[in-house]
Design a protein around this ligand. Sequence first.
Ligand SMILES: [Zn+2]
Length: 352
Amino acid sequence: MLVSTQTARARVVGIHHTMNASRPTPLAQALLVALLLWPVAIRAEGKLKVQFLDVGQGDATLITCPHGTHHLLIDSGDNKYPHSQENFQRDLKAALGGTGQKLEVAIASHPHSDHIGGMEWVLTNYHVATYIDNGQPAETATWSHINTVRMKRVKSGALNYIDGKKSNLLKFKLCSAVSFTLITPAAQAKLSDTNDRSVGVRVESLGKSFLFVGDMEKAAEDAWLNKLGPDALKLARADVLKVGHHGSDTSSTEAFIHQVQPGYAFVMCGARGVSTNVGYKHPRASTLRAYANWLDAKGDVPGEKTDDVWAYNKGTENWITVPRPKRFWLTVADGIVTLETDGQTINVTTEK
Ligand SMILES: [Zn+2]
């Protein structure tokens, strides 16, 4: 960085000499200041990092601010799918530098085990400052253990708890460079299905936007687009989309995809014929085609893959291989998927 600064200085000094040998013009002075500050600004901001962890049939995403100092976790893998917790804990430890670290915000989109599988472990092993969920209790031991730890931490003053349903459309700051807004269609629309009651999160950083919709299905997508009002509608637009409900055909309506207008899409799902995904059959071929219809026209980006991927075809009731849409990644095929952006370009790299 120091080298860059000196290079910038030398270049500007060069401009001075051609323009005015004795005294730099106001324009050259402005350029000098801008170029001297530029490398420092880049260093201070760095890159926003989004890691889609490979937890099999389940969700777990870690967002790290451009300074590398503040972290936001959305969901925590499953506790039934093979190796989901093992991989989640290993990869979170690798990303945060072990356990016992500070984790500013942990969000549980909804209380299904493939999203809250590791939350008790997270609350027990990290200094979580704020815990957010959709305000919905569940009749499961997994949820009840999390709830016990959460209540204890809140009571002792160590943890701040936010009910996502009561905080619909509220905006929070993760750090000076990252903010996020909670969008919970169930706060304003009657939605009885737990998936539909997911807390949505829209992260903004360095001029880019990232949408995480948990397992929201068509009813929640429709409510978001038609019942939450113009502010919520604007928030449905994002550069990057974590595809809803593991690529199921119960989510990702054409209307929703066209509203979001994603430039990049990410699915977190398990393998065909493995554990809980034997019954779920995620992702669906029709969902991949819906994203291909939108994304293929947007052109190539560095790091994208062009292979065929497995998806369940409901019409013929079997697993088939389909061309992967452009700008589209799946943890089942790619392992951990890491997105980094400096606000100008978005780079995606994969573990596999
Ligand atoms: Zn799920």
